[in-house]
Design a protein around this ligand. Structure first.
Ligand code: MLT
Length: 337
């Protein structure tokens, strides 16, 4: 496994084949949207180590963190066209290519690591993974669990939706997340993840939302002072492989790749549970971020944002699909329209 700080295309032939002590070993490229150090990196490095071990070095993986291989949405196209082997990216950046996964970014549906695991490891997760192969030409091999998305900004404490007035907030290019902010009374600015740090630094936008682990890995504390401990979306980040690439592997290697993905997923879950609280403390104590609790247990945020659910029933496969997910999480069905 190698981590690429810069892209050195000359080190790998066009076919990704390098001559090593192991006759002809194959090197796969993995894109990471985030910087090294977060949950994407943890999932990616764990998968890379496992695949190297399980194939006795026949397959190695080079990781390209920090959006070096393009925006997260670009990496889906590239993997589906066979130009890239693997990518770890946020689920919200798959939704535009495979709308049924939008059920995972509907506000206030997934509320905890346990919910995220139940959903991704159960029947719904399996069905959404199959839809992603059909719609986007990529196969989900594993999941990074990153935590609740927390709103950050550079201007002021935000406790209630009215406090957003005057702030320009960056959101992913995801219709559901855009609509959530509109329900809170502001028009957010949809921007690719790879452009977000610079936009925050240059003051093009005032804020964004992402989990504590991502805020830390991306060093957003350098350009953001205030955090609202909200949880409108729980961030999950699949590891994908181009379906063409997957189908080109022998059945034995396909099984090995799936097994490595599953083991890396289990590691990612433990990593979140073990590290999130310490990272939150560090953001406050070492980097001086100020955390604000959402007013009234977040009720106004919840009431407004869950009001957008019906707008997305068609794209996620009907209200029944949301009700199925809510039932799997032990919750009541969505209110009748
Ligand atoms: C985004 O905000 O676009 C993504 O959730 C960021 C990420 O991939 O960590």
């Amino acid at each position: 496994m190698r981590i690429q700080k810069l892209i050195f295309p000359m080190a790998i032939s066009a076919a990704g084949l390098v001559v090593s002590g192991n006759a002809m070993a194959e090197t796969w490229k993995m894109a990471l949207g985030d910087a090294a150090g977060g949950t994407q990196y943890e999932l990616g490095t764990t998968f890379a180590e496992l695949i190297e071990q399980k194939t006795n070095g026949e397959i190695t993986v080079d990781l390209f963190p920090n959006g070096q291989l393009g925006s997260e949405q670009d990496t889906i196209n590239n993997a589906s066209m066979g130009l890239l082997d693997l990518s770890v990216l946020a689920i919200n950046n798959i939704t535009p290519f495979s709308p049924t996964v939008g059920v995972m970014t509907l506000p206030y549906v997934i509320q905890s690591p346990e919910d995220a695991r139940t959903l991704t490891q159960g029947e719904t997760g399996q069905e959404l993974a199959e839809n992603t192969i059909r719609d986007a030409g990529v196969r989900i091999l594993g999941w990074a669990y990153s935590g609740c998305r927390r709103l950050t900004n550079s201007a002021k404490p935000v406790a209630e939706p009215a406090d957003l007035e005057g702030l320009v907030i960056r959101v992913p290019k995801n219709e559901i997340m855009i609509a959530a902010y509109q329900s809170w009374g502001v028009n957010p600015n949809p921007l690719a993840w790879s452009e977000t740090f610079t936009a925050l630094q240059q003051g093009v936008v005032d804020g964004q939302d992402n989990p504590y682990i991502t805020i830390d890995a991306m060093k957003f504390y350098e350009v953001q002072d205030y955090v609202t401990e909200s949880c409108y979306v729980f961030s999950m980040e699949p590891l994908i492989i181009g379906e063409g690439k997957f189908q080109s592997l022998s059945p034995e290697l396909q099984a090995t790749v799936l097994e490595a993905g599953q083991e890396a997923t289990e590691h990612s879950y433990e990593f979140l549970l073990e590290s999130e609280e310490a990272i939150k403390q560090r953001l406050v104590e070492e980097h001086g971020m100020e955390i604000t609790q959402p007013a009234n247990d977040e009720q106004e945020w919840i009431d407004l944002a869950t009001g957008i659910w019906p707008q997305f029933y068609d794209s996620i496969g009907g209200k029944e699909k949301l009700d199925e997910v809510l039932a799997a999480l032990g919750r009541e069905p969505a209110p009748a329209e």
